[in-house]
Design a protein around this ligand. Structure first.
Ligand code: ATP
Ligand code: MG
Length: 382
């Protein structure tokens, strides 16, 4: 507890934009997020008051960090699972726990567990040699998708393979892999829920996500024209997974919509890009919901604040052109309804440096405004 306020201290391991936006939500709850950052220049370290510098793989740094926290949680899934288990055994309230987060850390474990639970997953297999891939391709047909079991994000760690030749270098690199069928997807969806230690679960409306080069670039809430039956099935699946896996905090279930229904792509157990729209577009943002969940507060309402909400990510563009400050100036002048979130990150081409959110009555114009605003910030021209 913070002795000045009598309110709890939550620690978040990792200082990226998710921690930055969680800090923003913490402020409204009377709190100030404690952040374990790699560097004082990290996105969240630039804004939070209680920043500790350290590495998430260092157990003694984690121990020191956890002292005095009511709950410890994560901005990414790279903390070694055994460290999470050790801290929990030492009495730290660390969420999600080691047993649950394992399924967000390792895609092979996740596929095995989901399959065992009877959840819909793509056909897949583990890879120990090139022939595993070519045999699997024979069985299910090419192209295939190879994935690093651990450590991937934003499409790094995902490779589309059109023949065994495409996999030679990858297999030789020694990366631990699974391979799966390329799902004939109609579109991608995400179901976001939050669960508290008490066992209360709150589900957000199901959204459509649009990825380019493996990076999420747009999120449409609610997913346009999603039949009620599919939407309810996706929410129920996410609720069941959160309960079954004992998740505490947010669980984002990335889904593929196919002709035959929904298929699970992967799980994330933290605030997720598919939920950034909730800052303005839902009664309770995902960041506040995550804090409530790890503190075992009752969950907040998840309903939409407008009929149509679109989030578009701002990626780093090529250097040059007018400054980001000038871009904002022009954008604000042209569309006062656009909400902008910048993460304080150094611009590198393709890196997520911010997002915009637009709310309105009709999805089509709302989407067009969001895409235009993001492109404007990204490229400096409307
Ligand atoms: N089996 C598949 N069939 C078709 N497309 C796929 C498949 N697996 C992945 N993809 C595409 O690649 C994207 C990235 O895959 P995945 O979510 O597994 O990677 P990631 O790098 O862990 O992503 P994230 O950025 O969410 O952490 C998916 O959103 C989807 O567009
Ligand atoms: Mg993904």
């Amino acid at each position: 507890v913070d002795v000045r306020t009598g309110l709890p201290v939550v620690g978040m391991v990792g200082g990226g934009q998710l921690a930055r936006m969680t800090h923003q939500a913490a402020i409204s709850l009377g709190q100030s997020l404690r952040v374990l950052a790699e560097s004082p220049d990290d996105s969240a370290a630039l804004v939070a008051a209680d920043v500790r510098i350290g590495t998430h793989t260092d157990l003694s740094a984690l121990r020191e960090f956890a002292k005095g926290c009511e709950a410890v949680t994560f901005d990414h899934e790279h903390v070694p699972n055994e460290h999470i288990a050790t801290l929990a055994a030492e009495g730290v309230a660390i969420y999600p726990g080691a047993a649950a987060i394992a399924f967000a850390q390792d895609k092979r474990l996740m596929r095995e567990r989901l399959g065992a639970m009877g959840a819909p997953v793509p056909r897949w297999r583990t890879v120990s040699s090139l022939s595993d891939i070519s045999d699997f391709g024979q069985d299910v047909g090419w192209p295939l998708v190879a994935k690093a079991t651990r450590g991937g994000y934003d499409g790094r760690g995902v490779w589309m393979l059109s023949s065994p030749a495409d996999a030679v270098e990858l297999v030789e690199s020694g990366t631990e892999l699974i391979v799966e069928e390329r799902v004939p997807l109609l579109r991608e969806l995400a179901a976001l829920v939050a669960r508290s230690p008490f066992g209360q679960v709150a589900a957000y409306p199901v959204v459509e996500t649009v990825q380019r080069d493996g990076i999420c670039v747009q999120v449409l809430a609610p997913a346009p024209e999603l039949p009620d039956a599919l939407s309810i099935a996706a929410q129920q699946l996410a609720i069941d997974l959160a309960n079954e896996l004992g998740v505490v905090g947010l669980l984002a279930v990335e889904l593929f919509e196919t002709d035959a229904g929904i298929v699970v792509n992967e799980l994330a157990m933290r605030p997720h890009n598919s939920g950034h729209w909730t800052i303005e577009g839902a009664r309770t943002s995902q960041f506040e919901q995550h804090l409530r969940a790890v503190l075992d507060y009752p969950m907040g309402e998840t309903s939409l604040t407008a009929p149509a909400v679109v989030m578009a990510n701002v990626l780093g563009g090529q250097p040059g052109g007018i400054s980001i400050d000038e871009r904002l100036h022009h954008l604000f002048a042209e569309d006062p309804g656009v909400r902008v979130h910048l993460y304080g990150k150094q611009v590198r081409p393709g890196r997520k440096i911010g997002h915009v959110t637009v709310l309105g009555d009709d999805m089509t114009p709302v989407r067009a405004r969001a895409v235009r605003a993001a492109r404007w910030l990204q490229e400096g021209t409307p």
